[in-house]
Write a protein that binds this ligand. Structure first.
Ligand code: NAD
Ligand code: DAU
Length: 347
């Protein structure tokens, strides 16, 4: 079972498993289809893989619906991506974050626990944001104390603790990954990189929060997928793994880099205006974490994982993807994907 498989990372992960990783089993993708989901991201996968892929629309916090999925599909492993994932939304309205990230994860853990020993692995996909903010020096390791600062990161920290407790108390075979900022194809354009790419293309203002000097550690999404798959296959029972790209960059450097790539690869703006001129400094995010940086030595050493993309290669691929996949972009930008969901699954 993959939860949240219609979101950004989940849809990339399903594609990776079925098309690239040599995975021989079956996948049931369970997704509530929130605003962040786009089933069209997997339309060709469903066609191509037929019996090996199934989709169920359900809320992971709905115990009865999830029990049916566990049993009808004889689920033996869970890879849990489903979450409310956008920090800014969690600041405006935390409710859905508490519901999905905490209660939803708890519901899945209970159902998995009740189905031991059939459940051989529960992998929980989490974030480096649970560790809070770093100063100018140092890195997050697997033993860094939790210090979440946003309702989003607090809800993910809570879910991480529940996963850990279900291992210690009930012996549920769990693994956890805490990953840095992902970017790449199929990301909803409310997150920094796709938002800036699309606004730059359209000649719109490029909003940079505060002074733009906050640092994030960027990882191309397919490298996150290979890490999760490696952990599912070989991760130690009860272990957590930090996953990151060793690509620490200030937000302003990321935005400048995107502007230059869009200038290079897309049609020029009227008057050949450089896209960097569209950068607009806006009010800062409350509680904005200053710096994240992941020490991913453990997964490299113990599981032999390595990212394949540098930030330069990954960002170029990403800009090219958004320039090429105009149908996907148009459906997301216009809200057509939501009308498609309503027509096929109801509101
Ligand atoms: P996303 O917002 O793109 O997708 C989340 C998916 O979960 C959506 O398809 C949504 O419909 C689904 N979902 C939400 N609530 C649900 C519910 N109650 N029941 C069933 N499905 C529900 O998120 P993403 O960026 O793909 O992130 C996936 C996971 O990875 C999350 O757990 C997130 O915390 C974690 N993560 C993300 C990043 C990142 O940079 N995006 C980095 C590290 C970890
Ligand atoms: O670190 C992992 C986390 O990365 C994940 O757990 C989250 O799910 C994911 O959304 C992401 O969180 P961030 O808050 O770091 O991502 P976001 O793309 O929202 O913002 C990245 C940085 O860019 C952050 O410092 C805020 C800034 N920003 C963001 C937006 C949307 C801007 O300056 N302008 C913007 O318009």
């Amino acid at each position: 079972m993959v939860t949240g498989g219609c979101g950004f990372i989940g849809s990339n992960f399903i594609r990776h498993l079925l098309d690239e990783a040599g995975f021989a089993g079956r996948i049931v993708n369970v997704d509530k289809l929130t605003y962040a989901a786009n089933p069209l991201s997997l339309a060709d996968v469903a066609e191509k893989h037929g019996a090996r892929y199934a989709f169920v629309r359900a809320d992971i916090a709905d115990r009865a619906a999830m029990a049916r999925v566990f049993d009808e599909f004889a689920v033996d492993a869970v890879c849990h991506f489903a979450a409310e994932s956008h920090v800014d939304r969690s600041i405006v309205r935390p409710d859905d974050f508490i519901h999905t990230n905490i209660l939803g994860t708890y519901t899945l853990l209970q159902l998995a626990r009740e189905r031991m020993p059939r459940i051989q692995r529960f992998h929980h996909v989490s974030t480096d944001e649970v560790f809070g903010s770093l100063g100018a020096q140092g890195y997050f390791t697997e033993t860094t104390a939790y210090s979440p600062n946003s309702p989003y990161s607090a809800s993910k920290a809570s879910s991480d603790h529940l996963v850990r407790a279900f291992h210690a108390t009930y012996g549920l075979p769990v693994t956890v990954s805490n990953c840095s900022n992902n970017y790449g194809p199929l990301q909803f354009p409310e997150k920094l990189i796709p938002l800036i790419i699309l606004n730059a293309l359209e000649g719109k203002p490029l909003p940079v929060y505060g002074d733009g000097r906050q640092i994030r550690d960027w990882l191309y999404v397919s490298d996150h997928c290979t890490a999760v798959w490696r952990i599912l296959q070989a991760g130690q029972d009860g272990a957590t793994y930090n996953v990151g790209g060793r690509n620490e960059l200030e937000n302003l450097a990321v935005v400048n880099g995107i502007c230059d790539l869009v200038d290079e690869l897309a049609a020029p703006l009227p008057g050949r205006q450089a896209r960097r001129e569209l950068i607009t400094f806006v009010k800062d995010r409350p509680g904005h974490d200053r710096r994240y940086a992941i020490d991913c030595t453990k997964i490299e050493r113990e599981l032999g994982w390595q990212p394949a993309e540098t930030f330069a290669t990954g960002l170029r691929r990403t800009v090219q993807w958004y320039l090429t996949n105009t149908t996907w972009v148009g459906q997301v930008r216009s809200g057509e994907y939501q009308r498609w969901i309503a027509a096929h699954y109801g509101a």
